[in-house]
Design a protein around this ligand. Structure first.
Ligand SMILES: *Cc1c(COP(=O)(O)O)cnc(C)c1O
Length: 223
C-alpha cells in the first residue's frame, strides 16, 4: 500500500477525539505531500535542521510538531512557527522557549515529557519533578508558554502488559496534574503516547494524540 492508503487506514482506526501526528522524519517532502493530499495537516519531526528545511519548502498550513529532544540553543529556529513541542522536560528549556516566544510575540504550546519506560536512556520527568517544576515561581512567570498536556514513550519491548502499564501510568500523571494545577485550563488536555507498534494500546489507555511514522511512510533507513 502507498502512503495515502496507509494514512487513511490509520485514521479510520482512531476515535474522532484522537489526533494523529504523522511522523515524517527522514522522509522527503514528496512523501509528506502524498499524505498532505489526503487532507492531513499534522506532521512530526525530531531534528531541528530537517524540520526547518521542510517547513520552508512545504505548504504553510501544515501544523508542525517537534517530537525530539530540543536543545535550548535551537529553540529560536522553531519559535516562529511550531504548533506543539512534545518533549519538554526541564525548566531551563521552558525558559528558553518562553524567551523566544516573547521575541516572536507567540505563546508556544508545549507538552511535559515524562519518563515512563524502564530504559534509563530516555528523557523525561518523574511526577515529583513535574510537580516541583509546576509549583515554582519561575514557572508561574512564563507568559509565553502554554502547557497542553503530557508526552511519554513506552519501553521498547514485546511485553504488551508492560507497555500498557506504562501508558496507564502516564494517563494517571496527566489526571493528577490536571487536578492539581490545570483545573481551570481547558487547553491542558493532551496525552501524547503511542507509535506505530503500540498506538491501539495507547488509545485504550487514554491517549489523545498518537505519533505514527513507519506505519504510514514505511520503515526508515538511516544513512
Ligand atoms: C520516530 C518517533 C515516533 C514514530 O515512530 P514509529 O515507530 O515509526 O511510528 C514517535 N515518537 C517519537 C518521539 C519518535 O521519535
Amino acid at each position: 500500500m502507498g502512503i495515502a492508503e496507509n494514512i487513511k487506514q490509520v485514521k479510520k482506526e482512531l476515535n474522532e477525539g484522537v489526533c494523529l501526528v504523522a511522523v515524517s522524519k527522514t522522509w522527503p517532502a514528496q512523501a509528506i505531500m502524498e499524505a498532505y493530499q489526503t487532507g492531513h495537516r499534522v506532521f512530526g519531526e525530531n531534528k531541528v535542521q530537517e524540520l526547518i528545511q521542510k517547513q520552508e519548502e512545504l505548504p504553510k498550513d501544515i501544523e508542525w510538531h517537534f517530537i525530539g529532544h530540543l536543545q535550548t540553543n535551537k529553540v529560536k529556529y522553531l519559535a516562529p512557527f511550531i504548533s506543539l513541542i512534545h518533549g519538554v522536560d526541564s525548566l531551563k528549556l521552558l525558559k528558553a522557549i518562553n524567551k523566544e516566544g516573547r521575541k516572536n510575540k507567540r505563546v508556544i504550546p508545549c507538552l511535559l515529557q515524562f519518563h515512563i519506560a524502564e530504559e534509563e536512556s530516555k528523557f523525561g520527568l518523574s511526577l515529583d519533578e513535574a510537580k516541583a517544576l509546576l509549583s515554582s515561581p519561575d514557572f508561574a512567570a512564563l507568559e509565553f508558554i502554554e502547557l497542553r498536556g503530557v508526552m511519554g514513550m513506552a519501553t521498547y519491548t514485546d511485553d504488551l502488559d508492560q507497555v500498557k502499564k506504562e501508558f496507564l501510568s502516564l494517563s494517571q500523571y496527566f489526571q493528577n496534574l490536571k487536578e492539581h494545577y490545570f483545573q481551570d485550563q481547558a487547553s491542558f488536555s493532551e496525552i501524547s503516547m503511542g507509535m506505530s507498534g503500540d498506538y491501539q494500546l495507547a488509545v485504550e489507555a487514554g491517549s489523545t494524540m498518537v505519533r505514527v511514522g513507519s506505519k504510514i511512510f514505511g520503515e526508515r533507513e538511516y544513512h
